[in-house]
Design a protein around this ligand. Structure first.
Ligand code: SAH
Length: 239
């Protein structure tokens, strides 16, 4: 289903109202009852309809995760907004995202930061996201590889966002974060409770960690990439 500009505007307005309400509701836990105006503006500017499968365009502005193929999902918009907010991105920042997926989160980051790198383990997703982001004019460097190793060539990063659940904080990501840099990562196993963590790198190299929200993400692959099968629904949402 194609959307007219007016329909899309109205749908984005409704989505942003939902996100504001969720932010307020989760505020005591997340520490962020309001989205920063910069993040809210970036969320409004990126058409999520360009990042979902053609069959899901009518659901693009519903606040839920959607399948994008290869057993992966585009994250729930509220979670994208919250993670972006927790990363406190300044216009001069260099940012690394792990888990490019559709490229939606990366597109939003690219409106806020000076430089964005994103690493994706599924080659087909890396390729399609890179093509999509370029066609839409978003300045994101997409790299195919295992994001647990980060992307050392462009380190250090002012902020790192991991968009798949990890058992641990990958040491390479801590090493590639500058002192005072922010790392936002869902920690926990698949099918178990996961916690969205906001970490800040201390001068001694250790991490100050704060649990922000119970979440559910697809797993960060440790080792072998997931089998290349077609779309299958996997949810990524607040628990
Ligand atoms: N940020 C994405 C959604 C992420 S879903 C978006 O905005 O659409 C999680 C993504 O992480 C999936 O695309 C999955 O293939 C990828 N992924 C899982 N393990 C990974 C790893 N070790 N390295 C890089 N990407 C990984």
């Amino acid at each position: 289903m194609a959307m007219t500009n007016t329909t899309e505007r109205a749908a984005i307005d409704r989505l942003m109202a939902t996100i504001d309400a969720e932010a307020a509701m989760c505020g005591p836990e997340s520490g962020r009852p309001f989205l920063s105006p910069r993040v809210a503006k970036a969320m409004r500017l990126v058409s999520r309809a360009h990042f979902v499968l053609p069959t899901h365009v009518d659901l693009a502005y519903v606040d839920c995760a959607l399948p994008i193929g290869y057993r992966q999902t585009i994250s729930q918009p509220f979670i994208v907004a919250l993670m972006t907010d927790l990363a406190d991105i300044a216009a001069t920042d260099r940012v690394l995202e792990i888990g490019t997926g559709s490229g939606y989160q990366a597109a939003i980051l690219s409106l806020l930061a000076r430089e964005v790198h994103s690493v994706e383990i599924v080659p087909e997703l890396a390729e399609s996201a890179a093509r999509r982001l370029q066609a839409l004019g978003y300045g994101v460097a997409v790299h195919h590889g295992d994001g647990r190793a980060g992307y050392p060539a462009a380190a250090p990063y002012d902020a790192i966002i991991v968009t798949a659940a990890s058992w641990d904080v990958p040491p390479a990501l801590v090493a590639q974060l500058r002192e005072g840099g922010r790392l936002v990562v869902p920690l926990g196993h698949e099918h178990e409770s996961q916690r969205l963590m906001r970490c800040v790198k201390r001068a001694d190299g250790s991490l100050e960690q704060r649990a922000c929200l119970a979440v559910r993400f697809v797993p960060l692959v440790h080792g072998e990439p997931p089998p290349a099968t077609g779309p299958a629904p996997a949810r990524s949402s607040t628990a």
